[in-house]
Ligand binder design. Sequence first.
Ligand SMILES: *Cc1c(COP(=O)(O)O)cnc(C)c1O
Length: 461
Amino acid sequence: MSVRYISTRGGEPLSFSDAVIAGLAVDGGLFVPDSVPDVSAELDDWRGLDYASLAERVMQPYVDVPADVLKDLVSRSYSVFSRDDVVPLVSVGDLSILELFHGPTLAFKDIALQFLGNLFEHLLDVRDARLNILAATSGDTGSAAIYGVRGRSRMRIFVTYPDGRVSPMQELQMTAVDDENVFNLALQGTFDDCQAIVKAVLGDVEFKERFALGSVNSINWARVLAQVVYYFYSAFRVMEQRKAAVVDFCVPTGNFGDVYAGYVAWRMGLPIRKLVVATNENDILARFFAGSDYSRGEVQATISPSMDIQIASNFERYLFDRVGCEPARLSALMNNFASSGVLSAGSLDPAAANDPFCAGSADVTQTLETIRQVHADYGYVLDPHSAVGVHVGQAHRDPDVPMICLATAHPAKFGDAVQRAIGEQVRHPILEALHDVPRRRTVMPASEDAVRQVIFEHAGR
Ligand SMILES: *Cc1c(COP(=O)(O)O)cnc(C)c1O
């Protein structure tokens, strides 16, 4: 029998399909698997597999879709990537850079959202149902989600974003899409306004059910699952190349989804020694892992905007393990944190003896300097998010263990910051081509009523 999913805050376990469609549990908790398969005995058989075949093996125990369906979903999701190996590895000095940005929107979110789009479509076909996705974005998630569901007949997507407050390139990626099922709502407000409106609308259970609303944000378990795969894939290749028995990873972190996937791979038996959490100035997670100081601050704007987050939603999944997987303890902890802004280390169980997490951070100056130095020394251009990871990865490097640094976006997506660092514009043909496509968006007040009205008029039934 395949794994079932329990909410971190309690309640009845659900199947994989139900947990994916629901996204967030009704009690506000996140879904976690009720057991994590140990695949240590499988590792030797898995080493030589291509990306799609490996993805099938890694995901199968977690899903309730038949093997032939999973095979088809995976193969369609990863054939749209521009590289046959999907996630190429590049040596930069003594680091291995894992390029996760060869999907349609040039950020690592494509790896999960291409799969999620195909998975949703399959689940809706089986149920003869429809889904209207409502999302709030400050940039990367919006375009990756749009590319995951554009053109699909059973789904419509409504993406809210703060008008004038996302980068021109990010806005172009979202709005230069001519599919009828995509609705870009440029709200006259901040990202927080967008998020508050989306939360309020999705929190209205009656409205949510009436319009079959769903969500694609990074708390969806299927996104985490799709990301577990590249930890196995890259570790196998680097261990082979460097004749090593263990590897370290360094992960540029915002909502803790990507690095949490690495933690799942470790729990499944992948020999990861260190899992380094790299943050920018928004370093609440780095402070937690460095000394268990977890206190909320103000969000600071940086040149790695997809990591400008104080409250990392997926962190709750890890905390769940640190309170003995007891929903009552977790709820008390989260409620206490919500009111006080501080999480007391005393309320957590000690980390498991070999828990691989450690952490560090890089500020804007260090990030720009890393882009400049890596370009000067190796002729390789990092985007600012990946550069945060490389800065922190260099600091945690041990000469005896290979270090894999995750590169989460193509540098052309963050051309201004890259230009500041190296004095050159980096381009990508996918982004250049967008300039010729007509844009579609609706500018509207940042009001919940206005967003409900759009859904009322345009939701698919
Ligand atoms: C979303 C994002 C991140 C952060 O990933 P999390 O899973 O939220 O920790 C890092 N870099 C880029 C480019 C991103 O888009």
